[in-house]
Design a protein around this ligand. Structure first.
Ligand SMILES: NC(=O)c1ccc[n+]([C@@H]2O[C@H](COP(=O)([O-])OP(=O)(O)OC[C@H]3O[C@@H](n4cnc5c(N)ncnc54)[C@H](OP(=O)(O)O)[C@@H]3O)[C@@H](O)[C@H]2O)c1
Length: 407
């Protein structure tokens, strides 16, 4: 009996090993030579960041940044633009709380947030309730608005997310004066040295090269990550070359699905999706992975959240990658392309971007599998009541429990 059990255990371990080895395409770790001091250098114990425990989960590769820190190279975008109005913040944060739980339970370990999204409190609650330890999650936020008051902004980020360190903090937009941008960077460097930020980022700086050059000339800690709009119809080869090849800055892609506009209906992508029996969204995200990029797709729907990360069991061929490269429309394919200059987000927004949020009381939170004949079932096949108020497609709430629907 004992021998039979050992054989079964060995067979199970072998199949796990074979599965782990069967990555169909080398996604690469982009293993950089470390050229920057590690975070936490000003403290004897590395500061709060020293507890970080980032690992590869659900097939997502890690990338080693230019300061040696490992980042999961796939994440969840948490912005829900359609709910950002002042009267909708409660609903927005409830939705984001559900998205974050669904994503962490589906294997995501990277969350892309920003103070400008008015949803950091919902993200923080989602992290706490997900069951995944905070130190296993890569948490990003972005400072925007009044960059001269960055210390207040950063303190607010920690408080709203309910964390004692943030893995990556970007300057969201190169808006305002160069002096304000640098004063924000200095605060970020100070927090990096104290271990409360693990990597520094610039977002949309390719749209204002004087700000990019100013930071590269003046920064003591150079950026680890740059966020740009990037998807098959706007592949951003110039910006990618500038950051990745010239400066060893890892490129992260916002609007990886082009905000669900034109890329998913492109016929080349549709044909490749049909050939693989995958969705167009999976093909687009797999393209990002094979290009060495870090996409952060957003979705309010737990089924889509799970679908989007289920891209590590197939590979695009060289011909398919070339075909997708061929549909690039350059700048014409971009959704958002503004010059910044002295254009300041802080001029017309409350720069703290704070929001009130009281989480709805929940007895339990569960991911359910399906609605069949109007009845909602949990993952383990239990039918549950249907006295739910629809918050968003796929995320439901009742007076008893909050339920994320996978259908
Ligand atoms: N740095 C910056 O300036 C900047 C600017 C914009 C965005 N961002 C970041 O980029 C993230 C992503 O942007 P985004 O969410 O606006 O755009 P996106 O990821 O390109 O697309 C999201 C849209 O695609 C739909 N979708 C996602 N997966 C799907 C699937 N499997 N099947 C069908 N539909 C699917 C979503 O609808 P459902 O909700 O119905 O799934 C949503 O409408 C943001 O959350 C934010 O973190 C950064």
């Amino acid at each position: 009996m004992k021998t039979r059990l050992s054989v079964m255990l060995a067979a199970a371990l072998l199949s796990i090993y074979v599965f782990a080895q069967s990555e169909p395409y080398a996604l690469g770790n982009f293993d950089h030579v470390v050229s920057q001091p590690a975070p936490g250098g000003d403290t004897t114990d590395g500061g709060p960041q020293a507890v970080s425990d980032i690992r590869s989960v659900a097939g997502v590769p890690l990338v080693r940044l230019n300061n040696g820190v490992m980042m999961p190279r796939f994440g969840l975008g948490t912005q829900v633009q359609s709910m950002e109005g002042a009267s909708q913040r409660q609903q927005l944060n409830e939705t984001v709380r559900g998205m974050v739980i669904a994503a962490l339970q589906s294997g995501y370990r990277h969350l892309d947030d920003a103070m400008f999204y008015y949803n950091e409190r919902g993200t923080g609650w989602g992290i706490r309730e997900s069951g995944v330890p905070r130190e296993e999650i890569w948490v990003t936020s972005k400072i925007s608005g009044n960059l001269a008051d960055a210390q207040n902004a950063f303190n607010g980020i920690l408080e709203r997310l309910q964390v004692d360190y943030v893995d990556l903090v970007y300057i969201h937009h190169p808006a305002g004066t160069l002096a304000d941008i640098l004063s924000c960077w200095r605060v970020m460097e100070k927090e990096y040295k104290a271990g409360r930020i693990r990597a520094l980022g610039i977002s949309n700086f390719d749209n204002r090269m004087e700000a990019f050059n100013y930071i590269m000339d003046s920064a003591e800690i150079k950026p680890q990550v740059a966020q740009i709009e990037c998807h098959p119809l706007a592949q951003r080869t110039d910006a990618r070359q500038l950051y990745a090849e010239n400066y060893d800055i890892h490129v992260e892609c916002w609007y990886p699905l082009n905000h669900n506009r034109n890329d998913p209906t492109n016929s080349t992508i549709q044909q490749i999706a049909a050939a693989h029996g995958k969705s167009v969204y999976q093909i687009i995200l797999r393209w990002h992975m094979q290009e060495g990029l870090c996409p952060v797709p957003g979705s309010t729907n737990p089924a889509h959240i799970l679908e989007n990360i289920s891209i590590f069991d197939f590979a695009l061929s060289d011909e398919e990658m070339a075909a997708i490269r061929g549909i690039d429309r350059g700048n014409a394919g971009r959704s958002f392309n503004i010059g910044y200059g002295n254009y300041s987000f802080g001029n017309f927004q409350d720069y703290t971007y704070d929001h009130e949020y009281t989480p709805a009381t929940t007895e339990n939170i569960e991911v359910v599998e399906a609605i069949r004949d109007g009845v909602i079932y949990t993952l383990d096949g239990k039918p549950v009541g249907n006295d739910r108020t629809v918050l968003t497609p796929g995320v439901y709430i009742s007076n008893r429990e909050k339920i994320a629907i996978i259908q």
